[in-house]
Design a protein around this ligand. Structure first.
Ligand code: CTP
Length: 419
């Protein structure tokens, strides 16, 4: 993506260097547009070296390339970090007296501002009104962090950390793209209804304890985002997922939270009826305590304790049995190999046992673990009597999700074209 990073004149301008680095690591180009005051804190040479692009601040620099309109027109995302009270005031008033403010006036891309200033300035009625104006115009405002400011003082007004700025900005751009696809009706899954389970179920033992697993829900949330980007309406059944992960999902994703396997099962069956596809990405507990006590369990002497567990239903198999064709059902399988069979052999057997259309097989042999950002999977499908594995997909959970949603869209189109 072509990003523009505006940098206003504040002590936190040094953090812009880390924002440039992170954006470039993620494969985005960065055109840095500092204000003249920002260059008192970080030199143009630093910005040029980090971004590999020339850096100018004035509308009269490089006038032959008409920078004051071109940069804004070409941008796909504009981030201003840090944004000072002065720059925010100029943006709210529509002033364009330098290259950065002119860029914001000419762009049609999403604009994200990350304000940073002393608490008194942030809470001043003028800044409060300017922020309200900018939000009303659709500019995304990343609230400042609370903490140590330039001097000995501390309070709200600190620039959030570079990774937070980058994550917030990319989510703003992705969500805008999702809304545009949905309203234009151009995505491959436009008008389709998907039900996706994510996270890990917890089985309560007493009011304060549970048996659970380490699934973060990142993969299922990434799938929901990818499906929404493809134009689908998504019901996300979220089992014990951190609220921060769920907070940046677009409006076309409806979230229902559940805790235990039985709750998940009930919710999945309720949502399944009119779905075009169901994806079971949740890590489901295979067993639950036979008994759940209403009061906190107490130790009894020095003896150990034995928990009696009973088996949970296989939610995925139940969904396959109760589906109405041509609903497509996708399962997930994280497998390790052993001395008898490879991880892939186990995945193929699971594909048959579960009766799914596609199985996303994650080889977790070695040090690949739950909760990591990157993933490596193969998508298993049936070819007559054989189960075939696609080529390995490496990348972030977002990359993997894109491929899974593409495979689903291929299947949907194939089903629709079959008389
Ligand atoms: N699954 C489910 N209900 C269960 C267990 C698993 O719906 N009680 C689903 C998972 O969401 C996933 C797929 O089945 O999509 C495979 O999960 P996995 O834990 O690998 O399968 P198990 O049937 O538990 O097999 P294993 O004996 O290997 O643990």
């Amino acid at each position: 993506m072509r990003t523009v990073l505006g940098v206003a004149g504040g002590i936190a301008a040094y953090k812009a260097c880390h924002v440039i680095r992170r954006l470039r690591e993620l494969g985005h180009s960065v055109k840095v547009v500092p204000t003249a005051s920002a260059l008192n804190f970080v030199g143009a040479a630093t910005f040029e070296a980090l971004s590999s692009q020339t850096v100018t601040t004035d509308v009269f620099d490089e006038i032959d390339s008409v920078n004051h309109v071109r940069i804004g027109q070409e941008a796909e995302l504009v981030i201003i970090a840090p944004a000072t009270a002065n720059t925010l005031a100029k943006l709210a008033a529509g002033i364009a007296d330098d290259l950065l403010t002119a860029t914001v006036l000419t762009t049609t891309a999403e604009v994200v501002v990350a304000p940073a200033m002393h608490t008194e300035m942030w809470q001043n009625a003028a800044t409060v009104a300017n922020i309200a104006t900018l939000k009303q115009r659709g500019i995304h405002v990343l609230e400042p962090a609370v903490g140590r400011l330039t001097g000995p003082d501390s309070g709200p007004g600190r620039l959030p950390e570079p990774d937070t700025i980058v994550d917030f900005s990319l989510a703003a751009a992705a969500n805008a793209h999702t809304s545009a696809v949905a309203s234009a009706g151009t995505g491959r899954l436009h008008g389709k209804h998907l039900v996706i389970s994510a996270g890990g179920t917890r089985e309560p033992l007493d009011p304060v304890r549970y048996l659970g697993n380490r699934s973060s829900g990142k993969q299922g949330v990434a799938l929901a985002r990818a499906a929404a980007r493809a134009g689908a309406h998504v019901d996300l059944v979220a089992a014990n997922i951190d609220s921060g992960l769920l907070s940046d999902l677009p409006d076309s994703v409806r979230i229902t939270t559940v805790e235990s396997t039985l709750e998940l099962q009930t919710q999945m069956h309720a949502s399944q009826a009119d779905a075009d596809a169901v994806i079971m990405a949740a890590a489901v507990a295979d067993y639950r305590p036979a008994e759940r006590t209403d009061s906190k369990m107490k130790k009894s002497g020095d003896e150990g304790m034995t928990l009696q567990l009973i088996q949970n239903p296989d939610v995925l198999v139940g969904l396959v049995e109760s589906r109405r064709q041509p609903q497509i059902i996708i399962g997930f399988a994280a497998e390790t190999g052993d001395s008898h069979h490879s991880a892939l052999d186990y995945a193929k057997a699971k594909f048959r046992r579960k009766g799914v259309d596609l199985l996303v097989f994650n080889n977790v042999s070695g040090d690949r673990a739950f909760g990591q950002d990157d993933n490596a999977v193969q998508i298993l499908t049936a070819d007559g009597d054989d189960v075939v594995a696609g080529t390995e997909i490496h990348g972030s959970k977002d990359d993997v999700s894109e491929k899974v949603i593409e495979a689903l869209a291929d299947r949907v189109e194939c089903v629709e074209s079959t008389p």
